[in-house]
Write a new protein. Structure first.
Length: 176
């Protein structure tokens, strides 16, 4: 039989899933962004245009998983700067900006319309943590704008969108 003290010390399911999920995103982003930052091919590399090889990222959707993206990008990736926090909810934007500003020198800009941040040539990559039905449309538009993309699963709302996303990756020569 377990004592109350030993039960209190045990990790509950919710905490376990939260911690392993955050760690998984962090490891995924490190393995995803690091090789891209080091790539020498200017047609597909990110961070190659700046003198300091800084990778500039925009996080789209910060009301849930996007906060984990912000934390992973700002906690352990040298040379990565979150330049934009994008969400349709002002409260989510404020939460994302606050999370990013804790761990980087410059405060990211808050923006509601993701299409506006795609116009910024200094943005190398975007992460997408929005409702599922926005994943493929945002990713396709970001690829067309010359951005690399990290998109939460599922990458598409239906198989056709998944095919269009793969076509966009091949056409625009960006990582997704």
């Amino acid at each position: 039989m377990y004592s109350q003290e030993s039960m209190d010390k045990q990790l509950n399911r919710r905490d376990f899933l939260k911690k392993t999920g955050t760690a998984g995103v962090g490891l995924g982003m490190v393995s995803y962004l690091s090789p891209l930052a080091k790539a020498q091919d200017s047609s597909a590399s990110i961070g190659s245009s700046g003198a300091n090889n800084k990778i500039t990222v925009a996080v789209i959707g910060t009301n849930g998983r996007g906060i984990a993206h912000v934390q992973c990008l700002t906690h352990g990736l040298d040379g990565v700067e979150v330049a934009y926090i994008c969400d349709v909810d002002d409260r989510a934007i404020a939460k994302g900006i606050k999370a990013a500003a804790k761990h980087q020198k410059t405060e990211p800009k808050g923006i509601k319309d993701f299409r506006k941040l795609l116009e910024d040539k200094s943005v190398d990559a975007v992460t997408i943590a929005t409702p599922d039905h926005w994943h493929a449309p945002m990713a396709i538009l970001a690829l067309a704008a010359g951005k690399h993309v990290y998109v939460e699963k599922p990458c598409s709302h239906n198989p056709r969108e998944g095919g269009l996303l793969i076509e966009a990756v091949n056409k625009h020569k960006r990582a997704c």
